[in-house]
Design a protein around this ligand. Structure first.
Ligand code: 5GP
Length: 180
């Protein structure tokens, strides 16, 4: 089993690149089925979601869609600050658009809860959420429950496939879980 040591923590490989590819394919099939007669706008949450988003949109080859980016910050190190800050604001008009927020991981749901309110306030006709990972037993905001989930994860800190530890390890092609 592959493992990584960072700042005294050991991370062990949990989802291989092959398993991730299968999850992305399945999420792509669901989105394609639900949006075949629409033109969704993907709002990709930087920085973590860029890897998942790059694979997801290519799993949707042939679907007429657009992508834009937003950057928010609510996490430092391994614990949440509970505050959402807009570091890169939305650059695209979302009024009357079917929006799909793309996240790397939904944890408490605070980020999605606030982003959904923000996008609805800007007049989006619908807002759904696609996430690579979902910590379902940590969800605190019911309206943040994601519509499309690659894989459920229990309450451990994970890195890789876009997910970082203090800025590093986003480039791992697999997802690693911290060893307790
Ligand atoms: P939420 O607002 O749902 O509590 O947290 C969402 C954000 O927290 C994610 O976009 C991600 O940046 C960060 N986060 C939550 N859990 C993890 C984790 O296990 N690993 C990493 N690297 N980031 C996480």
């Amino acid at each position: 089993m592959r493992s990584i040591i960072e700042q005294g923590h050991t991370f062990e490989e949990w989802l291989t690149a092959g398993q991730i590819a299968a999850d992305v394919k399945q999420v792509g099939q669901q989105i394609r089925r639900d949006y075949e007669d629409k033109e969704p706008l993907f709002v990709i949450v930087l920085n973590g979601a860029f890897v998942f988003a790059a694979d997801l949109i290519r799993a949707l080859d042939g679907l007429r869609c657009e992508q834009t980016f937003i950057r928010v910050s609510s996490y430092w190190g391994m614990s949440s600050t509970g505050q959402l800050e807009f570091i890169v604001p939305l650059q695209q008009v979302v009024e009357n658009r079917d929006v799909i927020i793309v996240e790397d991981i939904v944890d408490t749901g605070l980020t999605i809860h606030q982003l959904k309110a923000h996008l609805r306030g800007l007049g989006a006709s619908s807002v759904r959420v696609a996430t690579m990972l979902f910590k379902s037993n940590k969800l605190e905001y019911e309206d943040a429950k994601p519509d499309y989930v690659g894989h459920e994860v229990t309450d451990e800190f994970v890195i890789g496939y876009g997910l970082d530890f203090d800025g590093f390890h986003r480039n791992l092609d697999a997802i690693y879980k911290v060893k307790k």
